[in-house]
Design a protein around this ligand. Structure first.
Ligand SMILES: Cc1cc2nc3c(=O)[nH]c(=O)nc-3n(C[C@H](O)[C@H](O)[C@H](O)COP(=O)(O)OP(=O)(O)OC[C@H]3O[C@@H](n4cnc5c(N)ncnc54)[C@H](O)[C@@H]3O)c2cc1C
Ligand SMILES: *[C@@H]1O[C@H](CO)[C@@H](O)[C@H](O)[C@H]1NC(C)=O
Length: 459
């Protein structure tokens, strides 16, 4: 009887795996979410984070101040009861607002049929919500300023470097979870095991963050859009913040960054390419922010498997880092949690089998979203401006309107459903086939052409 009670969690879910000691490496968005999930399943969780506690730190460095949250992330937050709290301070973005080179804008809604939208959330705020939620569990223990240096999976032993201590801290666990981001130390350890495939690819673009501040306590641009300045070789985007500012991300080849050395060159560059954004950012602020920091690198990482025996597991960027152009990195990492814990809830499953099953079901989808993000790297800065893109968008939207359960466009299936990423791609290929078959090459062209005229005229 007591055995029975012990293995049923708060939701009444049947738990096949008896309580164990879980070490989570990395207290970012995915690690802190995974901690909540393990704790809800009755496990004893120790979370080790390299940085100091961001909730009390004075200055938090890190990438992108805000992120686009969509369906997959929302679902994972909802399963730990935090979706509402997160959405309460998030800013909905109903579509893309495109800024052309002359400063004219046009809107492409994400979903004119059912009005789905993305939500701009602050990274720090979201991380704080997740960490605070963990404080309520007596079985979650936080260890900040612990940097994993070594792990022995078979022994379940780890050693951590601490900033003010000479001696490393050591610890043991039954399961070691690597949620330590793109440069994962846990993955590095896993890469030494036999049969582990791994690839990484840096793209030639880097990114730099700028800011469009609030003016008279108001947004300087319409807030409910993801703003995009597509310029072929480079691109700028802006997401709204709660304080009525926008975080602007300028993305371009490193050689273009290097070509801008003086204040005058920078201002000339912005006058030429981002003429409408320049007065919003402000010349002084632009110069300060641009020369303050170096452009950051972006990389894509794939690996397989995501686990080692019944000893170690990779989640989030540690398992699959991607270029940020689909806005899915965090969403995919959070979805890893949804998928792993639904596997863990299967009756009679063992930990070894659960980890194996996670790799089996997740690897191909992780690789698929890495590929899609790479594809959007081109699409966002280039295709969004193109006539053919607008044609396809028109056709997709029309078909979606009439056949909402059959014809879900690619962007929508990725952002607004939980369809496995690899199926989103297969779905798109199937749609391409149909369009070709139904319309034939010529008619298809004529139709999209006329359709696009209607579409463009309607904007
Ligand atoms: C410019 C940019 C824009 C983005 N925009 C979006 C977006 O709009 N939507 C979206 O869904 N995703 C976006 N992403 C992706 C998103 O940021 C990541 O996918 C997400 O942060 C992954 O979370 P994570 O917890 O796996 O890794 P991280 O956020 O990298 O967290 C890893 C944590 O592990 C800690 N750590 C690292 N090494 C160690 C160690 N050895 N020991 C202990 N701790 C360690 C780190 O300090 C960190 O706190 C964007 C990324 C970039 C770069
Ligand atoms: C590793 O890559 C090779 C070559 O692509 C492939 O045949 C093999 O199945 C992969 N192994 C794993 C574990 O992914």
């Amino acid at each position: 009887m007591s055995e029975c009670i012990k293995n049923v969690n708060a939701n009444g879910t049947n738990l096949s795996i008896p309580p164990m000691k879980v070490a989570i490496i990395g207290g970012g968005l995915v690690g802190s979410l995974a901690a909540l999930n393990f704790a809800r399943n009755g496990h004893n969780v120790h979370l080790y984070e390299y940085r100091e506690d961001i909730r009390t730190a004075e200055l938090v460095q890190g990438r992108s101040i805000n992120l686009a949250l969509s369906q997959r992330g929302r679902k994972a937050l909802s399963s730990v009861g935090l979706e509402e709290e997160v959405l309460a301070t998030a800013i909905p973005m109903r579509g893309r607002m495109l800024h052309d080179i002359k400063g004219r804008t046009s809107v492409v809604l994400y979903d004119p049929c059912t009005n789905e939208c993305l939500y701009s959330v602050g990274r720090k705020h979201l991380n704080e919500i997740l960490l605070n939620a963990g404080e309520k569990f007596p079985n979650i223990h936080y260890h900040f300023e612990h940097k994993l240096k070594k792990a022995n999976f078979n022994e379940g032993s780890m050693s951590f470097q601490r900033p003010y201590e000479e001696k490393d801290a050591v610890a043991t666990a039954d399961l070691i979870v690597g949620a330590d981001g793109a440069f994962s130390a846990v993955r590095q350890q896993m890469s030494k095991t036999l049969g582990f495939n791994y690839s990484q690819e840096y793209i030639e673009h880097g990114y730099l963050e700028l800011c469009i501040p609030a003016k008279n306590d108001e947004f300087q641009m319409p807030p409910n859009y993801l703003h995009i300045w597509p310029r072929n070789e480079f691109m700028m985007i802006a997401l709204p913040n709660q304080d009525k500012s926008f975080t602007v991300t300028l993305s371009m080849p490193f050689k273009v960054f290097q070509g801008i050395q003086s204040h005058q060159e920078l201002l000339d560059f912005f006058r030429k390419y981002y003429t409408d954004a320049l007065p919003l950012i402000g010349e002084e602020m632009l110069i300060k922010d641009f020369f303050k920091s170096k452009p950051q690198f972006l990389l894509s990482i794939k690996c397989n498997p995501f686990h080692y025996g019944d000893k170690a597991l990779l989640l989030g960027d540690a398992a699959h880092a991607m270029v940020p152009y689909y806005g899915q990195g965090m969403n995919a990492g959070m979805e890893d949690c949804s998928i792993f814990f639904s596997i863990l809830h299967q009756p009679h499953i063992t930990l070894a089998r659960a980890l194996e099953q996670f790799t089996e079901t997740r690897v191909q989808d992780a690789h698929a979203i890495c590929d899609l993000a790479m594809y959007n790297y081109v699409e966002m800065r280039d295709l969004t401006k193109r006539f053919s893109f607008k044609c396809r968008k028109f056709l997709d939207t029309t078909l979606f309107r009439f056949f909402p359960s059959v014809w879900v466009p690619l962007y929508n299936s990725v952002s607004f459903t939980s369809m496995p990423y690899s199926k989103c791609i297969a779905n798109r290929e199937w749609q391409d086939e149909i369009l070709k078959k139904v319309f034939g090459a010529t008619l298809f062209f004529a139709l999209t052409l006329s359709g696009a005229f209607i579409y463009v005229n309607n904007m």
